[in-house]
Design a protein around this ligand. Structure first.
Ligand code: FAD
Ligand code: NAP
Length: 303
């Protein structure tokens, strides 16, 4: 029986584990992949206090390292189901069942797909969702980046380290990304833009060769040659496994109060998976600290 089980070892889950363990609680941190979450797919993090620039994987390693000495049990597995039995919470992975007095859900968010013809067929054959993982395979290529948010613009700038040119296609004529990132992209000679346009189809025999584009204002359709397509059109919550618990909103984001409490007593949600305005490493870490303290209070008062 654990005092708390934290599901997901991104920055939110890691911080919750740190705070809970420092309150001397028995803590398990269950992760299905590499600790660090989305930070592992991030080239440069420039807005985490204390670092002017650090690579995502390096920050992930630095955050995770201290947990071992604090006695946090790191369990590998994908959580498939949660059940409440009285006040006990049961957590099911494919192979095991764990019991805990409290639960912290920190499963984050996952890149959305475009849903156009060719996208799935050419996935990993020129279609990518991770510039930091795949960028180096596209030396001297002409690349297309889809989206107008922080991810698209930041990763487009990163891709210019390898690519001949990087074209950002956005469905409006104005980017959503932070001003500083926009300015960096506009100033980069390798970056071009296709405005007011969407991808209709990604084409290629075994590898991406071209992309069919529609201008949403004029209806004009054109085909452009690209060696790779990087898709950054936003995020969906990773909350499928809790959809029957009644703690999510209509889009699947988990609803909490400012103590990170969900509608179920003893279950907390933190980081990107939570309904919130700003999804960042800093806000994930802040959520994690609050939940780590809250489980300590809950256990002191209820168990
Ligand atoms: P995540 O980082 O998503 O971690 C969730 C973890 O839960 C993952 O490791 C996942 O494997 C695990 N998990 C999910 N489901 C299960 C399950 N069922 N069982 C077990 N484990 C599970 N933010 C910044 O502040 N600065 C930046 O420069 C920045 N750049 C970014 C660039 C990109 C390309 C992207 C995609 C995001 C960027 N962000 C940036 C946002 C930032 O990475 C996220 O806000 C942050 O990682 C959210 O942390 P989290 O812990 O809530 O979730
Ligand atoms: P986002 O902010 O939701 O932006 C998604 C972009 O994709 C938007 O420009 C959107 O267009 C476009 N889009 C959505 N669906 C589309 C579709 N079907 N076809 C074409 N375009 C589509 O997502 P994100 O950029 O991945 O960022 C996610 C979170 O991580 C944000 O909170 C962000 O701030 C954070 N993040 C931060 C940093 C940083 O701080 N440096 C870096 C990366 C990410 P519209 O603009 O028209 O809606």
């Amino acid at each position: 029986m654990y005092d708390t089980i934290i599901i997901g070892a991104g920055p939110a889950g890691i911080t919750a584990a740190l705070y809970a363990a420092r309150s001397n609680l028995k803590v398990a941190l269950i992760e299905r992949g590499i600790p660090g979450g989305q930070m592992n797919n991030t080239s440069d993090i420039e807005n985490y206090p204390g670092y002017t620039n650090i690579s995502g994987p390096e920050l992930a390693e630095k955050m995770f390292e201290p947990l071992e000495n604090l006695g946090v049990e790191h369990l590998f597995g994908a959580v498939e189901k949660i059940e409440q039995q009285g006040t006990i919470k049961k957590v099911y992975t494919e192979d095991d069942v764990f019991e805990s007095k409290t639960l912290i859900i920190a499963t984050g968010a996952f890149h959305r797909h475009l849903g156009v013809p060719g996208e799935e067929e050419l996935n990993s054959r020129g279609v990518s969702y991770c510039a930091v993982c795949d960028g180096a395979f596209f030396r001297d290529e002409d690349l297309l980046v889809v989206g107008g948010g922080d991810s698209a613009v930041e990763e487009a700038v990163f891709l210019t380290r390898f690519a001949k040119t990087v074209t950002i296609i956005h469905r409006r004529n104005e980017l959503r990304a932070q001003k500083l990132l926009q300015d960096r992209a506009f100033a980069n000679e390798k970056i071009h833009f296709i405005w007011d346009s969407v991808v209709q189809e990604i084409k290629g025999d075994n590898r991406v060769q071209s992309v069919v584009v529609e201008n949403v204002k004029t209806g004009e359709v054109s085909e452009h040659e690209f060696g790779g397509v990087f898709i950054y059109v936003g995020l969906d919550p990773v909350s499928e496994f809790v959809k029957d618990l009644g703690i999510t909103n209509e889009s699947g984001w988990i609803v909490t109060d400012h103590h990170m409490k969900t509608a179920i007593s003893g279950i907390y949600a933190i980081g990107d998976v939570r309904e919130k305005d700003l999804r960042q490493v800093t806000t994930a870490v802040g959520d994690g600290a609050i939940a780590g303290q809250e489980v300590y209070k809950y256990i002191t008062e209820n168990c």
